[in-house]
Design a protein around this ligand. Structure first.
Ligand code: PLP
Length: 231
């Protein structure tokens, strides 16, 4: 068994344990591999091992890896900060843009999706920690954005995504996860006929807490692919 396959098995069993502890069905939680800085072979190993989707952060890297058929056999998501001038290269190429974090970005996604005559599924990104360095809607702006987004006819909002602040203490992000989960349930019920499906939160160090709080999708990178080596 490859290391990637072993890692995925072990994460799946930890996900299942966390789900059961929370009285949830493990089958309701998707595992997305955050594959940035990992090559096409690593992506294919994760797909062979049954990952539910892969998520990329950078448009240039994603485009290059698409050429190498890195994602053949699994859905592809965009999970990184998206610049407006790169939206065209992402719309219709990925099945889900998880990081729709501003009104300007939503409008550009709408424009490009209309041009391509398709409907793009997105998640609204919430900047739950209120950090300057992070993109995403402020929690107090989220409801209005979700309401206005219903009028964008080439976008379908499927849920929320969040990246909380870097954890300072064990379980430090649990309150953020609980807060985003509350927003998710509220907005889905009041604005979207309970049709939301994806609450994307939790990474290598905290996916169990995210599951305890209600995540239906976790994004795991280093615990699957090993530590990334930044230049
Ligand atoms: C890199 C990344 C992850 C995964 O982070 P790990 O700590 O390596 O699991 C999840 N979500 C986003 C948006 C990322 O950029």
């Amino acid at each position: 068994m490859s290391t990637i396959e072993e890692n995925i098995r072990s994460i799946r069993s930890r996900m299942a344990a966390a789900a059961e502890k929370a009285g949830r069905d493990p089958g309701d939680i998707l595992l997305v591999g955050a594959s940035k800085m990992n090559d096409a072979a690593a992506c294919q190993a994760a797909i062979q091992a049954g990952i539910d989707a892969l998520g990329e952060n950078r448009v240039q890297e994603m485009t290059a890896k698409l050429q190498e058929h890195a994602y053949d056999g699994a859905p592809l998501h965009f999970i990184g900060h998206l610049q407006r001038n790169k939206v065209r290269q992402v719309v219709g190429v990925v099945s889900l843009i998880q990081s729709a974090g501003s009104w300007e970005l939503l409008e550009e996604i709408e424009r490009q999706a209309e041009k391509k005559d398709l409907t793009q599924e997105v998640l609204l990104e919430v900047n739950i920690g209120g950090e300057e360095s992070k993109s995403g809607f402020a929690p107090q702006d989220l409801y209005e954005a979700a309401e206005k987004a219903r009028d964008l006819s080439h976008i379908r909002v499927r849920g929320l995504m969040t990246i909380p602040p870097v954890e300072q203490v064990p379980h430090g992000n649990l309150p953020y996860f609980v807060e985003v989960s509350r927003l998710y349930v509220d907005i889905s019920r009041k604005l979207y006929d309970n049709s939301f499906a994806y609450l994307s939160m939790g990474m290598s160090d905290d996916f169990e807490d995210a599951i305890a709080a209600g995540a239906t999708m976790v994004r795991v990178g280093s615990a699957i692919f090993g530590r990334r080596h930044y230049q």
